[in-house]
Ligand binder design. Structure first.
Ligand SMILES: [Cu+2]
Length: 494
């Protein structure tokens, strides 16, 4: 697997190898085919398959990987470097050295005069140009059209979820579309700051295009790692989405290939056989034993993702739950495949803890844990309870005898279940001298809230009257006071 490095950390030999491979593609004509593909995409206007829509990131990921493979045909040791403009922000950066990208444009026509891509002695002619543009040499105008993105702006963009939002174009909200914020607020300024040829529809004419877009692709990969439950949007069949931008749409200009790339086919960049030099080493998977005591863990570093696995041998209901004061988010994957997303949960557990209750078939499952905030750290513990380890939920018979219970400790919550077989109005109520509080959930899903009540029954008892359809329901009983205790009984009548 190739490693894409920060361009600032390339050795002189690596810089020379990259430049030589780029120039070999130019000499053979392949480079200009890439430039033309980018220009063609833009010229499609409202039907652009590559810009101003959800596929902006997938299209360029595919495009960059194809360019990188072409470079590797010339020199298998070459990978695309990335330009982190939050650090290398000035014309004095080594990026612009005469042995690498060359420097700024000079003179009235902003012509690049230094480095391997300066148009001199027949070097680097621009053969594919925007309509009406006759400039045959590379031009740059550093800073004339704006400034480079800051780390704060990058952080703010990376904190936006979901991936994209309606209307799925350049008008998608910067607060609900990660893609549009990355494209409009982070990517566009990179083109503008370099200026000159980088402002054109044919912007890949400037080789720094690849380093700029490589950094955009790296930021997408980081966002994907930090938000494993957040999938590409929109799903197939969403109205108003330009062709090529749906999850399974073939992406032009490769749409006539036998197995054309789609946004889905490029979501996992590791599957495209490259990685970034700053990716954390794959986390060690910690195995959990079902019904064992909770295992201590911590998010020790901002952005860290912890991975746990557990094996299910008997089908049934399993509860994966965290404890502690850290606001963790848990994603469940499997069976047997860490890439198959099942469900994600943030705060269903106690406090800010996450809790997933799920019926699971036999197999190996994976829980990925991260902090809710990608800049925070903290300790937590995690456990899995199987069918045997979960408390048995007492059943109340409809129109049967009241069931006796006791709140015996502060904050205790007693859970009961009952099954409605004849739909209609049902009365669930407590009796006794304890000030009970009643909460009703269902049908079937123990997390679907229906109603709650404190004192509608006799005295301080609670009573819920509800019209219920067939199915299983769940009644929670607690004391009105967090510290209160006492006996009660509970019944259900139709
Ligand atoms: Cu582009």
């Amino acid at each position: 697997m190739g490693t894409r490095k920060n361009q600032a950390s390339l050795t002189p030999a690596e810089r020379a190898a990259f430049v030589a491979a780029v120039k070999a593609l130019k000499a053979g004509g392949a480079y200009d085919v890439f430039v033309a593909q980018h220009r063609t995409a833009f010229l499609a206007g409202a039907n652009d398959p590559a810009h101003g829509g959800p596929a902006f990131l997938p299209w360029h990921r595919e495009y960059l990987r194809r360019f990188e493979r072409a470079l590797q045909q010339v020199d298998p040791g070459v990978s695309l470097p990335y330009w982190d403009w939050t650090v290398d922000r000035t014309p004095a950066a080594s990026l612009w050295g005469a042995d690498f990208m060359g420097g700024n444009g000079t003179g009235a026509n902003r012509r690049v005069m230094s480095g391997p891509f300066a148009f001199s002695t027949g070097e680097w002619p621009l053969n594919v140009r925007d309509p009406g543009d006759t400039t045959s040499f590379l031009t740059r105008a550093f800073g004339a059209m704006g400034s480079l993105p800051t780390q704060q702006a990058v952080n703010a963009a990376k904190n936006v979820v979901p991936y994209d939002s309606s209307p799925w174009n350049a008008n998608s909200s910067m607060n609900t579309s990660f893609r549009n914020r990355l494209e409009g607020v982070i990517h566009n300024p990179g083109h503008m700051w370099v200026g000159g040829s980088m402002m054109a529809l044919s912007s890949p004419n400037d080789p720094v295009f690849w380093l700029h877009h490589c950094n955009i692709d790296r930021l997408w990969a980081e966002w994907q790692r930090e938000n494993p439950g957040r999938l590409y949007l929109p799903p197939n069949g969403t109205p108003g989405v330009v062709a090529g931008h749906g999850l399974d749409d073939p992406m032009p200009p490769w749409n006539n290939e036998a197995a054309p790339p789609t946004p889905r086919s490029v979501l996992d960049h590791h599957a495209l056989d490259y990685t970034y030099d700053n990716e954390p080493v794959s986390p060690q998977t910690v195995s959990l034993t079902i019904d064992a005591s909770p295992v201590s863990a911590s998010i020790g570093r901002a952005g860290e993702v912890d991975v746990f696995s557990f094996g299910v041998s008997a089908p049934g209901s399993y509860v994966i739950e965290t404890e502690g004061t850290t606001d963790v988010v848990m994603g469940l994957y499997g069976p047997n495949d860490m890439g198959t997303f099942i469900v994600e949960d943030d705060d269903s557990g106690a406090g800010r803890n996450s809790r997933i209750a799920r019926n699971l078939a036999p197999g190996t499952y994976y829980a990925r844990l991260r902090h809710y905030s990608s800049s925070s750290t903290g300790n937590y513990s995690i456990s899995v309870k199987g069918p045997a380890g979960q408390p048995v939920i007492p059943t109340i018979q409809v129109n049967g005898p009241a069931v006796q219970g006791t709140i015996s400790a502060a904050n205790e919550r007693d859970i009961y279940t009952f099954t409605v077989t004849v739909p209609g109005s049902h009365t669930i109520e407590t009796a006794g001298n304890t000030d009970c509080f009643l909460i009703l959930f269902g049908p079937a899903n123990p997390a679907t809230f229906i109603a709650q009540d404190d004192d509608s029954g006799p005295g301080t008892n609670s009573r819920i009257v509800a019209s219920l359809g067939s199915g299983a329901y769940f009644a929670h009983v607690r004391h009105y006071s967090p510290t209160g205790i006492g006996p009660y009984s509970i019944s259900v009548r139709r």
